[in-house]
Design a binder for this molecule. Structure first.
Ligand SMILES: [Zn+2]
Length: 55
């Protein structure tokens, strides 16, 4: 039996760090949730999400 606690990993698109989906710094953009390592990364993203999100 594999003891696997699955926690979705997300990428902080601002600084390129791996962050947990449960991060307290999150933003929703175009229906998708993005997580960040810190308030300042979130702020940068919120200011100009198009810079970070490539569609
Ligand atoms: Zn960051």
């Amino acid at each position: 039996m594999v003891n696997c606690v699955k926690e979705e990993k997300m990428k902080d698109l601002v600084c390129n760090m791996d962050v947990k989906e449960s991060s307290e710094f999150r933003s929703t953009y175009k229906g998708r949730v993005y997580a960040f390592c810190s308030a300042s990364c979130k702020k940068s993203f919120d200011k100009n999400p198009r810079v970070y999100v490539k569609s």
